[in-house]
Design a protein around this ligand. Structure first.
Ligand code: GLN
Length: 198
């Protein structure tokens, strides 16, 4: 990665430390983002798993929501996992009434929607461009219930997309930061490199 490409990890709540560990393992300079000025020197942002309703509230109280929305509109790459994917979606089903999302990628998601497997499950996924399967951990995962033509599916589970991308946004229903496999993060770094080269 170029020296400019410091990657922020939204650190209001949830599994942000695991994302920092994976990115640092890949030699990336990371910054925990808790306040608007933390964003200033970040070329991209990761939104972790956790509780999207709580994160939505904390994004308001920390006054981070609007600056992040502006950076996304200006083309900053973002990667959301699980609750982070919910935050990036256009529409959130079964959320709290006051829950906000960034509408950064044209997907609608339903919270906690994996049938009776509401708590968690693990499975192996076939991922576009990867010859080896990817082990994926789903924890009270959101399900993508609609996606628009600007969205590319990178992996599916039982016919439902679980890893998707658009030009500058990647989103996963599962937790690639919790398995000992950095391939999904490397895919995001590829997207960041392309965005920076513009
Ligand atoms: N169910 C959580 C939510 O709605 C997401 C779970 C997770 O990130 N592991 O925010």
């Amino acid at each position: 990665m170029s020296a400019r490409a410091r990657i922020g990890v939204l650190a209001l709540q949830g599994a942000f430390a695991a994302h920092c560990d994976v990115l640092q393992g890949l030699g990336v300079d990371t910054r925990e983002v808790r306040l608007p000025h933390d964003l200033d020197e970040c070329a991209a942002l990761v939104m972790p798993g956790g509780e999207s309703t709580t994160m939505s509230k904390l994004l308001e109280t920390s006054e981070l929501f609007d600056p992040i929305a502006k950076r996304i509109a200006d083309g900053m790459p973002v990667f959301g996992t699980c609750a982070g994917m919910i935050l990036l979606a256009r529409t959130v089903m079964d959320g709290r009434d006051d829950q906000r999302s960034f509408d950064a990628i044209d997907i609608d998601v339903q919270r906690n929607a994996y049938g009776r497997q509401v708590d968690s499950f693990e499975t192996d996924l076939t991922v576009q461009g990867q010859s080896e399967p990817l082990h994926a951990v789903f924890i009270r995962a959101p399900r993508i219930v609609r996606m628009g033509p600007s969205v590319t599916v990178l992996a599916e589970h039982d016919g439902t997309p679980v890893l998707v991308r658009s030009t500058t946004v990647m989103a996963a229903s599962f937790h690639p930061e919790l398995t000992n496999d950095d391939r999904v993060h490397r895919m995001f770094l590829g997207l960041v490199e392309t965005a920076i080269k513009g």
